[in-house]
Design a protein around this ligand. Sequence first.
Ligand code: G
Ligand code: G
Ligand code: MN
Ligand code: NA
Length: 254
Amino acid sequence: LELEEALRQALEQEQFLLLYQPKVNLVTGQICGCEALVRWQHAQRGLISPAQFIPLAEETGLIVPLGDWVLRQACAQTCQWRDAGLQPVPVAVNLSARQFRKGDLTQRLQSILQHSGLAAGELELELTESMIMDNPQQAVQIMHELKQLGLSLSLDDFGTGYSSLNYLRRFPVDNLKIDRSFIRDVATDTSGASVVTSIIQIAHNLGLGAVAEGVETRDQLDFLRRCGCDQLQGYLFSKPLPAEDFAALLREGR
Ligand code: G
Ligand code: G
Ligand code: MN
Ligand code: NA
C-alpha cells in the first residue's frame, strides 16, 4: 500500500523518465529505431527499474495514466529531435496488458499523436505474446485498429509465450522481437542456435522483420548476421540512454 501511494504521488509529480535504446539495422549498421524504457526517479532510492513497479501499476490500474505519460513523452521527444534538425528514427513503446485491453486505446493514441504532431508511422508499439494470447480474437481486432491508425507493431519477448503458428499468421504485426533468453545461447549451444534460426525463418516466411534483443557479444552479432536477422538491440551496441546521449548518437550516426 505504501508503494502504491508513492507511485500515485510519483505520477502526479512526474517523477519518471524515459531512456532510449537504439535498434540497429544489421545490414547497414545504422540506427533504425529505438525503444523507450521507463524509469522511476525516486527522491531517496534513485532510479527504480520498471520490473519493480510495472506489476503494481498494472494491478492498481495506475498503468493507464503512466502508460499515457510514457506515450506522450516518447512522441514529444521524437518531435523535439526532429525540430532540433536531427533525423529521428521511429520510437517503440511497450504496452501493458491492461493498456492494450482498455476500450478507448485507439482514440487515446490518436489524440496523443495529434497533440504531439508525430506521424503515426513514427510510433511503434511492442506487445507481448502473453497479453495477446489472453484473448487472441479480441487482440487481433485491436491490432487491426492500431494498424489502421498507421502504427507499427512488434511482438516482444517472442518465443517465451505460447502463440500457435496458426494465430501468429493472423496477427497484423510488423516485427518479431526474439527474446534475449534465446540470443544468450546462440554462440554456445546448438539447440539455442537452431531456435533462433527457426524464429528468423518464421518471421521472414510471414513477411515480418526479425529483431534480436539482448545482443551482448560479437559472436552473437556474427551469428545473427549469418542468419539474416534484420535488426539488433543490446548492450553490444548500446545500453538504454538518456535522451541527450541518444541524440548525440543520432547526430554522429548519420
Ligand atoms: O528496461 P528494463 O530492462 O528495466 O525493463 C524491464 C521490463 O519493463 C521490460 O520487460 C520492459 O518491457 C518493461 N518496460 C519498460 N518500460 C516500460 C513501459 O513504459 N511500459 C511497460 N508496460 N513496460 C515497460
Ligand atoms: O521486455 P523488454 O524486451 O521490453 O525488455 C527490454 C529490457 O531489456 C530493457 O529494460 C533493457 O534494459 C534490457 N536490455 C537491453 N539490452 C540488453 C542486453 O544486451 N542484455 C540484457 N541482459 N538486457 C538488456
Ligand atoms: Mn520491449
Ligand atoms: Na523485449
